[in-house]
Design a protein around this ligand. Structure first.
Ligand SMILES: *[C@@H]1O[C@H](CO)[C@@H](O)[C@H](O)[C@H]1NC(C)=O
Ligand SMILES: *[C@@H]1O[C@H](CO)[C@@H](O)[C@H](O)[C@H]1NC(C)=O
Length: 376
């Protein structure tokens, strides 16, 4: 009978469930904040690939050795990665991988991480990893995410949550490393001279960013590539004598990054708003790569975990060399920065001059957008 629906026992049940869902919010989420969404590749994957049948994964030791749990999480780092430090600066819990079963209920409101190691701007990048979430699929999941949140808080509030969110997208490095330069005479390198390939990538990336805007993103940090030729893997495979960075990959990054910044400026002009923020990760990484000691590193050439010259060959596994103090190494594995280096990168994002963050840094964004949100 309708009148007996809320018996005392049922009331207790309701209260208990409310308490549970509040607990799900986590310590910061109640007043929190701004949602955070992450798209891209292994530099920002928080563990989606753990749920996929792919070789591109970081789910075994010593990955995660310095993470609070000291367990591998799927992050390509000894500890925190770039999105983690950004979440901290927003006062939020780390974003969960979209494929994580823990990402449900109120936890969805913190945001989500859609990134997948191995992917690129192009669909044909990372084909050797077989089962990875390419950019278009990441967007399909983002749409699904929005449907799920709408069911929770309604369409209007969901739209506002997405419009007011901070978004990070990191993609492009693999289009060189795991496509154009993957093998000598790769299909793409036979199709395009490097400058034309870069133009093609920029035009495809532009479409991806416009799509992201259409999906509701209004504040997007867009990183360029790092100095691709200076990572331990490239030093080992194609570096010059005395550890000089691999010239072809350096040329690729030097062509790509300024054109990316230019393209973002044009998009902002079209949208008449500073939607896209160019994060000059080539410069951010370049600082500690060229002057490691100034940042407390003993080396920026040798990876902490790996084998062969510069510990740059093969994968980081439990059988690899492992440095005792990860904070003294700029690179954790043959391709990815250490936790310490990730922290330095995000510090630059927060407070860097316009050379690092264009048109403005993350502290400015946070201050500006919180004012806008107050008036909303
Ligand atoms: C990549 O794949 C998506 C979805 O399958 C498709 O819509 C898009 O046009 C493709 N991009 C290119 C450049 O082929
Ligand atoms: C970046 O952030 C700092 C605050 O940490 C601020 O003083 C500075 O003016 C900002 N720079 C730019 C170019 O916005």
């Amino acid at each position: 009978m309708a009148s007996s629906w809320l018996t005392p026992t049922r009331w207790l049940l309701v209260i208990f469930c409310l308490a549970l869902s509040r607990r799900d919010l986590g310590p910061h989420a109640v007043e929190a904040a701004r949602a955070f969404f992450v798209f891209g590749d292994s530099l920002v994957d928080n563990g989606n690939n753990n749920y996929l049948a792919t070789t591109a994964r970081a789910d075994s030791p010593p990955y995660g050795i310095d993470y609070p749990t000291h367990m591998p999480t799927g992050r390509f780092s000894n500890g925190f990665n770039i999105p983690d430090f950004i979440s901290q600066s927003l006062g939020s819990e780390p974003t969960l991988p979209y494929l994580s079963p823990e990402l449900r209920g109120q936890t969805l409101l913190v945001g989500a991480n859609f990134a997948s190691a191995g992917i690129g701007i192009l669909n044909d990048t990372g084909v050797q990893f077989v089962n990875i979430i390419r950019m278009y699929r990441q967007y399909e999941y983002f749409k699904e995410y929005q449907r799920r949140v709408s069911a929770l808080i309604g369409q209007q509030r969901t739209k506002r949550l997405v419009n007011q969110a901070l978004v990070l997208i990191t993609v492009g490095g693999n289009d060189f490393v795991n496509n154009y330069y993957l093998v000598p005479f790769s299909a793409r390198s036979r199709q395009y001279a490097l400058p034309d390939y870069v133009k093609f990538l920029i035009s495809e990336y532009r479409k991806l960013l416009m799509r992201l805007y259409d999906l509701g993103a209004r504040r997007v940090l867009v990183t360029g590539t790092g100095p691709l030729g200076c990572v331990p893997a490239e030093l080992a495979m194609r570096g010059g004598r005395n550890g000089q960075c691999a010239p072809e990959l350096q040329r690729a990054a030097t062509l790509f990054n300024p054109q990316l910044t230019q393209m973002l400026k044009q998009l902002n002009n079209e949208y008449r708003s500073d939607v896209f923020i160019a994060a000059n990760t080539q410069l951010m990484n370049g600082d500690f790569i060229s002057n490691p000691r100034a940042f407390g590193f003993v080396t920026s050439k040798v990876a902490c975990c790996g084998q062969g010259p510069y510990n740059g060959l093969g994968l980081c596994t439990v059988a690899s060399n492992l440095c005792p103090n990860r904070d003294q190494y700029a690179f954790w594995d043959p391709f990815h920065p250490s936790e310490k280096a990730n922290g330095i990168i995000v510090q630059r994002m927060l407070t860097g001059s316009t050379e690092y963050m264009n048109p403005m840094n993350l502290s400015t964004i946070i201050a500006l957008d919180s004012k806008l949100a107050d008036h909303a």
